[in-house]
Design a binder for this molecule. Structure first.
Ligand code: SF4
Ligand code: SF4
Length: 106
């Protein structure tokens, strides 16, 4: 296989090599496994978008799991996965909807 390339060839300009119209932004979903939560609030404190708050729900351990702040939507999530990384109980994770995992538009 020949990996050489022609340096004289004009460099493609963005978005010539990525046609943004062929892609769509898929909103992630925040999943909270409330039974695992111990209300440490780290996900709330460290979410850079500040979209989480403590809910009124009480889980079987007696803790209040987090929820989306009223008025915020999944679209406000930066999908940084920081809540997921910082949660000591693996009680929160962010994922794109399964049926939309294929990024390319038909
Ligand atoms: S993925 Fe990032 S922006 Fe989204 S809820 Fe978690 S910490 Fe906040
Ligand atoms: S970081 Fe995890 S255990 Fe702590 S409040 Fe958030 S979901 Fe609950």
């Amino acid at each position: 296989m020949n990996y050489s390339f022609n340096r004289k060839k004009k460099k493609a300009e963005w978005p010539a090599f990525v046609d943004i119209k062929e892609w769509k932004i898929i909103t992630p979903e925040i999943h909270i496994i409330s039974s695992r939560c111990k209300e440490c609030r780290w996900c709330i404190e460290f979410c850079p978008e500040e979209i989480l708050e403590i809910s009124d729900e009480i889980n079987e351990k007696g803790y209040h799991p987090p929820k989306l702040i009223e008025g915020k939507t999944f679209e406000n999530c930066a999908e940084c996965h920081f809540c997921e990384l910082i949660c000591p109980e693996f009680a929160i994770f962010v994922k794109k909807p399964v049926e939309e995992e294929e990024m390319k538009v038909e």
